[in-house]
Design a protein around this ligand. Structure first.
Ligand SMILES: Cc1cc2nc3c(=O)[nH]c(=O)nc-3n(C[C@H](O)[C@H](O)[C@H](O)COP(=O)(O)OP(=O)(O)OC[C@H]3O[C@@H](n4cnc5c(N)ncnc54)[C@H](O)[C@@H]3O)c2cc1C
Length: 450
């Protein structure tokens, strides 16, 4: 590129981060072409927030709600466009936003207005938008980047890969971006569904499907350990019994705890609370390390309070069935399931509980530590984002330029960064799009400062 010529930037992907990258690159003086496989820009954006688009989250430390890459690496990118600046950016485009408990939405309540203002700005900046063109390959020839469709080749001085992940492939993000990254020599970390429902083991789910339940759910990593012969377990301890029987012992490590409402389904559990836990379940593939969920089905009562309430009520109810004891505390569909977990049936009488303190303890445990064994998550088709992606160790967090290939940039979900529900994923898309777009437009200047 000779001096005085505009820098040509090609953006692959017209999703949230690609649109932000394109606008930022054009505002910084580049001649920009955006290429997308779909027949319209921002198809996934239209689905966000149930069509209302939760476009960011007012958080001083948004990187703390993101995972994958190292936190300091994510922070560096987030700092370039913080939630307040995202709101300002949209306000300038004529789209005021409002905040509720940190969640930010357009005042119109419509995701379509977000894509509308972005595409209007693209037209104003004379950004070329090429739709229904899937990029199949990219290569570098000297200082020139070539990206190819089946029948065409675009040339540029810089390429931004903003192809998204494998989540919701009907919106265009079919994982082909990872293949493009690999063509450029980049490592892609294993990709798993995140922000999705969890499938659980058990034959009772059909009976409780549709029940909504306030709960605190804890996710543990359970590591099974062979009993060590050298160890001397205490006499009479559980550990000693394990050793004698050759049983493996378990180590439980709390990974995450979420409170709120969840939904029982025919296959397992769902709802925002469950979505937040799902990435930690789907990314588990090692047979040595298992995940277990424990649901506290009465989070507002302590174990002691619940024990007291049950003891007093059980005495008062006497010959009445145990199901009566729990009516008023749990949804009636959950009662037989909880009683079974505690080794009882709903036909047992309350007196049984009064007579046997151990049974009463078991019942309290079943309510406060109801175990759920996850066997996986829903598929890429229905998840909201993906965990995993382009390895960020090979990408410079100041510019999002490849450390392997000059002039190649990444933004959005294609990178190994995924956030919690609440606007964090779009916040990542905007901040990373802004970072990559600005750097790609500024020729080699930022790179040369390294
Ligand atoms: C149902 C749903 C609801 C969501 N709600 C929210 C929410 O309210 N708040 C929030 O923060 N996040 C939400 N998310 C997540 C958020 O939408 C994504 O994290 C974000 O849109 C990712 O942006 P992106 O630009 O990286 O990728 P995408 O939006 O997936 O865009 C990638 C684009 O690249 C194109 N592309 C891919 N490969 C190629 C190729 N080879 N050639 C040409 N084009 C290609 C695709 O067609 C697509 O247009 C939601 C996601 C879903 C599925």
């Amino acid at each position: 590129m000779s001096a005085g010529q505009m820098r040509r930037v090609i953006v692959v992907g017209a999703g949230a981060s690609g649109l932000m990258a394109a606008i930022t690159a054009a505002r910084n003086g580049a001649s920009v072409t955006v290429v997308d496989a779909m027949d319209r820009a921002g198809k996934k954006l239209l689905l966000t927030g149930n069509g209302r688009c939760n476009l960011t989250h007012m958080d001083e430390y948004p990187e703390e709600s993101c995972f994958g890459a190292e936190r300091g690496w994510i922070r560096e990118v987030m700092r370039q466009m913080m939630p307040e600046e995202v709101r300002h950016f949209f306000l300038e485009l004529g789209l005021p936003t409002f905040e509720k408990n940190g969640y930010v939405y357009p005042v119109t309540g419509q995701a379509s207005s977000v894509t509308a203002v972005l595409t209007a700005e693209m037209r104003r900046l004379k950004i070329k938008l090429k739709l229904s063109e899937k990029i199949l390959a990219l290569e570098k020839d000297g200082e020139v980047w070539r990206v190819r469709t089946g029948s065409w080749c675009y040339e540029g001085d810089a390429v931004i890969l903003a192809c998204g992940s494998k989540a919701a492939p009907k919106t265009g993000s079919d994982g082909s971006g990872y293949e493009l990254a690999k063509m450029a020599g980049h490592k892609v970390r294993p990709v798993y569904p995140a922000l999705t429902s969890v499938l659980c083991e058990g034959d009772f789910f059909q009976t409780v499907t549709g029940v909504r339940c306030r709960a605190t759910v804890s996710l543990y990593r359970v590591t099974k350990k062979e009993p060590k012969l050298k160890e001397k377990p205490q006499k009479g301890s559980e550990r000693e019994a394990e050793k004698a029987s050759g049983r493996k012992s378990e180590e439980k490590l709390l990974l995450r705890r979420e409170s709120g409402e969840f939904l029982w389904t025919s296959y397992g559990i769902s709802g925002i609370l469950v979505f937040q836990l799902s990435r930690f379940i789907s990314a588990c593939r090692s047979p040595e390390k298992e995940r277990i969920l424990e649901a506290d089905l009465l989070p507002d009562l302590s174990e002691e309070e619940l024990s007291r309430i049950l003891a007093v009520r059980a005495k008062t109810l006497g010959q009445e069935k145990l199901s009566v004891l729990l009516t008023g505390l749990l949804n009636e569909k959950l009662i037989p399931v909880v009683l079974k977990k505690a080794g009882m049936t709903k036909k047992d009488s309350c007196e049984k509980l009064v007579r046997d303190g151990r049974l009463a303890e078991e019942l309290v445990r079943a309510v406060k530590y109801f175990p759920l064994i996850p066997k996986g998550t829903k598929s890429f088709d229905v998840c909201q984002v993906c965990a995993g992606g382009v390895d960020t160790e090979q990408v410079d967090c100041r510019t999002l330029e490849s450390k392997l290939q000059s002039g190649l940039y990444f933004s959005g979900e294609i990178l190994d960064v995924d956030g919690l529900c609440g606007g964090y994923n779009l916040q990542w898309a905007w901040a990373s799009g802004y970072t990559a777009g600005r750097a790609a437009a500024q020729s080699g200047s930022l790179r040369d400062q390294k």
